[in-house]
Design a protein around this ligand. Sequence first.
Ligand code: ADP
Length: 516
Amino acid sequence: MSNQPVILAIDQGTTSTRAILFSAELDILAVQQKELKLHYPHKGWVEQDAVAIWRDTLEVCRAVLEHPVGRVKPVAAIGITNQRETTILWDRKTGKPVYNAIVWQDRRTDASCRELRARGHEPMVTARTGLLFDPYFSATKIAWILDSVEGARTRAEQGELAFGTIDCYLLWHLTGGRVHATDVTNAARTLLFNIVEQQWDKDLLALFSIPAAILPEVHDNAAEFGVTDPAWFGLEIPVGGMAGDQHAALIGQRCFQPGMVKSTYGTGCFALMNIGPDFRASHHRLLTTPAYRLNGRMVYAIEGSIFIAGAAIQWLRDGLEFFRDAAASEALARSVPDSNEVYFVPAFTGLGAPYWRPDVRGMISGLSRETTRAHIVRAALEAQGYQTLDLMAAMEEDGGHQAEIIRVDGGLVANGFMCQFLADMLNRPVEVPKVTEATALGAAILAGLTAGLFAGLEATECYWQRDRVYTPQMTEIERKRLYAGWQTAIQTLLHTPGNQGALTKNCLQPHLPIKS
Ligand code: ADP
């Protein structure tokens, strides 16, 4: 390897904070990680210690820079990627947060979202932000802090407080309080940023009663965000890239052409399709979001989420104690020729896109005397294929593009049976990259772009290496037969009388992802 400089990616996630050193060829050289605690002070509330988030970030960065590679090679730039929507307000003079970080999973502002929806504001908000009214996004979390922390609103109006999502908060600290800025992908998750006009929206600020004085500047994803205070690493390192985690993964998977899709299978599943330079609102209650903006040119994406993916395997392991290790699910699934008509709808927390039924719960159908553990496990893995096909159909209609290939990452893609079934159901090749750290990789690419290590996004494509590809092998007849069975199962679930009762109470409330 050459003497080229390295890139430091910070990946601040919901459950951990990581620092990863990448080579200029985008290979991973060193990783440091720290677990992060979640606090649940009340039912539906989820908070994190904002001070710990910064302290952990500094610690893992320092540790990874102590790695021999970090010590001998210059760090060209830092890239930041982060759990999205999580909200922090802090004092501009001291840097002290005025309240804990309110995590994206927090539902405390449910009532205010429902009230806003009942007042008929949602179509206007969707047309400007691509989002829906939901406590998931930052705006109502900010308003809650301003109204609940004594003196916060007055101080905010007087310009004493700053708001930021995690990226922005970390940048502020890294630069020693000199820079208050974010990027378009993170700004777009606040419900305050107009992604068509690409600026903070006065009407939305008024709607949520949020003073403009607290807002950061919004930059492209690859930009000169600022330099680190020498107090932290002994020298100034430029921060050159920033993007929310799912957007960074789209970049890490090099989905640069319209129609390209990345799908991440962790606890839940998040799929993003690049839809090119034109904003399109979803007709299936998916989200429209910036994929990335470079040199002032925006590229949009359609985002869909499945609440339960790997969590179903975890449940079979821990709840039903079918096996000790998630990896054992593959051999079990392969031990039977099919699921013997068993369908497993893992709607443990409701159904997401395109059904949006928060009220329904999971179901295993088609049980008979011949059903074994293996059939149920196989059905749980097959459900990932069916759920993704449901989502893909909605994304293709909304996005106006056909997905030729799907690039996947996340813990579940270690399961070859699942990946093959996915390819069969989608009737498209499914590609697994060599470096599955797509999120951190995306941040590194953005930082490297600003540092001049790559001529442009396309110049990073040559470093994307495919580990495996799964090509469709199922006959059309079989595919249709199996999917028809899934649709019957879904329809049964949607029309279960108990569920309908719950529907009348809850149907207006869209549920959004449970894991970022
Ligand atoms: P997250 O980032 O959401 O914590 P990960 O990407 O680490 O999730 O993936 C972990 C999930 O993947 C777990 O739910 C686990 O059950 C599942 N998983 C991991 N390995 C396998 C495997 N070989 N087969 C099936 N599921 C797996």
